[in-house]
Design a binder for this molecule. Sequence first.
Ligand code: UDX
Length: 436
Amino acid sequence: MKIAMVGSGYVGLVSGACFADFGHDVVCIDKDQSKIDRLHEGVMPIYEPGLDALVESNVKAGRLSFTTSLAEGIKDAAAIFIAVGTPSRRGDGHADLSFVYAVAKEVGESLSGPAVVVTKSTVPVGTGDEVERILKDSGTAHQFSVVSNPEFLREGAAIGDFKRPDRIVIGAEDDFGRDVMREVYRPLFLNESPILFTERRTSELIKYAANAFLATKITFINEMADLCEKVGANVQDVSRGIGMDNRIGSKFLHAGPGYGGSCFPKDTLALLKTAEDYDSPTRIVEAVVKTNESRKRAMGRKVLDALGGAENARGKKAALLGLTFKPNTDDMRDSPAIAVAQTLTDAGVIVSAYDPEGMEIAHPLMPDVIMCDDPYAALEGADVTAIVTEWDAFRALDLGRVKELVNAPVMVDLRNIYNPDDMRASGFTYTSIGRA
Ligand code: UDX
């Protein structure tokens, strides 16, 4: 089956490469000529473990190709996926759908045969209806159906998530749409991955509801962590204690500096906007968004506290280990590290940092931060060390070496990757999240 993927960013490229790996014939399309040129040379536009090898083997096998021409790329495709960005619109947080609609228009003008047009980008309820209207208005003579098929890929684990999904959600309005999508996902069907067929609008909402729920879970445990600190309890045991209840589940109960990334912040805002437009407020999600936002600067203040408070911090040195919003990505979008660094530099602290993949993108976002070549270089002369992202490289630091390099063995572990007793036994003044 021929599949066209319009938009070769994170979602489009991972999905395209995985579909090709399942044996489909996939063309990834992008307007960005330099991105396509680099893909032809085997250079990935993003860092995602395993993606370069997956792309290379499928290009070699002749199942995956790249083009800047939409008309050429969608020719004879049975399924055309729209996987372009839907960033937050400036001002009101609504998802900016201009890229989605521009692609829909061009697809309508270029259709060469019957096709299912699939929105994979995260799009608000009703976007599929608008895409359908645009395709109709294009005057195409070919049969088409508009389907919603949201992605649930986690950065850093995207290939595994695609190949072994918890579920596949397909929102289709007719048999043509359902039949083509069944064929698209047949390799996973055989894998016994659960597929939920539903209406298009429901499918669009499922994506937002899923991300908002996960963001709520994280924010809930983060507030419990704050309470644990006040009452002398341990949030990790609270997580285990509630997570073992199957109704609650153990995942996404890891307390930390607040969620970031390309999805949760933008999707929760977009859901609030939809709820407002339909006069159906989602107060819980409103509270989650506010709580998470203020938490990020609060984490900066936590590091300042370890320096003796903002009033004593000027001229002192802080080392940040990890900058990306989570490990195994170079993505800095809405990373708590940005607010932490800003809070510190605002107080006159000299900040150095190391991140295995994120420094190039981070540098313009935090121009006052000194980027270092390795974790130990960042620690030299530090009065406080903060672990901001739980990269594996920071899980087994040579603590003896750390103590020799730093000015003071003070550590703020915003990801709880060390054991408090061990750290104290090693001579560190150690604080973490939600643990005495
Ligand atoms: C998320 C969803 O998981 C995915 O299904 C969706 O399609 C896109 O958004 P992603 O943003 O890649 O994926 O990362 P995820 O692993 O979900 O983490 C998001 C944020 O939450 C990170 O900042 C992470 O550090 C934080 N987080 C996650 C916690 O603080 N605690 C947790 O227990 C889990």
